[in-house]
Write a protein that binds this ligand. Structure first.
Ligand SMILES: NC(=O)c1ccc[n+]([C@@H]2O[C@H](COP(=O)([O-])OP(=O)(O)OC[C@H]3O[C@@H](n4cnc5c(N)ncnc54)[C@H](OP(=O)(O)O)[C@@H]3O)[C@@H](O)[C@H]2O)c1
Length: 239
């Protein structure tokens, strides 16, 4: 999809990868970017200063908020589902309330936003939906069982959507990063890519028409393992 001249809505755009995606979209020539956040006032002042940026309140776990955003942004041609949360915990001892929160945001929230914007994209003649998943949607990482399951559900949703929207002209894209250096992994020892680089590779992948994007070196390597032998990736990530 050509980013130049597009109208994009990014969820969770106030910090982390979402903020870098907004910067990259502007650099790539997007005509308008709805930079959305649970509290729209948290979009940085220098980002707001660009006349192409339209801050908008959007909590993807809140149906009324999602419906209001779809009404307020009727010209969207590219939806980027970026918002997400991560709770740490093992499959046997992780806090189930935290597992539910991850599912409510990463799976059901992403699905809720997607459902609201499919009619908008259809009315605007096609476009694309890009969802930020994670490498560990494909095989879980130790100590992140609930998060991995929630992202696996979002991965499955992406596949269902691709089938369902096949004849509509709407592209359905999944991005599968490895670790990224944002608040989400603060204090965790891991290989982490710079969020600016991940954002640039996601936008380049969307532009190139890729349906599956490996937006950093670690995910590109692990992705190749997954594509040749899914069980080998499971063993690799299990440590
Ligand atoms: N960091 C990594 O290593 C990594 C790796 C692979 C994939 N990812 C994925 O990349 C995406 C961005 O993560 P990040 O690393 O940038 O994390 P982050 O720095 O923690 O930022 C998360 C963003 O999601 C927003 N958010 C959370 N719940 C929301 C809700 N209910 N409605 C709307 N926005 C909500 C947050 O808003 P508030 O400021 O209001 O909390 C924040 O803007 C996520 O989908 C994450 O799963 C991250």
């Amino acid at each position: 999809m050509n980013i130049n001249g597009s109208t994009v809505l990014v969820t969770g755009a106030n910090r982390g990868l979402g903020a870098r995606l907004v910067a990259e979209l502007l650099r790539a020539g997007a005509a308008k970017v709805y930079a959305t956040a649970r509290t729209s006032g948290t979009i940085a002042a220098d980002v707001r200063a660009d006349p192409r940026v339209h801050p908008l309140a959007l909590d993807i776990t809140d149906q009324a908020s999602v419906e209001a955003a779809a009404k307020a942004a009727p010209d969207v041609t590219l939806l980027i589902n970026n918002a997400g949360v991560l709770a740490f915990g093992g499959v046997l001892d992780g806090d189930l309330t935290a597992f539910e929160r991850d599912l409510a945001t990463n799976y059901l929230g992403t699905l809720r936003a997607t459902r609201a914007f499919v009619p908008v994209l259809k009315r605007n003649g096609g476009g694309a939906i890009a969802t930020v998943l994670t490498l560990i949607a494909l095989a879980p990482a130790t100590g992140m069982a609930g998060y991995s399951a929630s992202k696996a559900a979002a991965h499955s949703m992406t596949q269902s959507l691709r089938a369902e929207l096949r004849d509509t002209g709407i592209e359905v894209i999944g991005a599968y990063p490895g670790g990224i250096d944002t608040d989400m992994l603060a204090g965790i020892e891991a290989t982490k890519a710079a969020p600016e680089q991940v954002a640039a590779r996601i936008i380049a992948g969307i532009t190139a028409g890729e349906q599956v994007i490996w937006p950093d070196d670690a995910s590109a390597g692990a992705g190749a393992v997954y594509l040749s032998d899914p069980l080998a990736l499971e063993q690799l990530l299990a440590g």
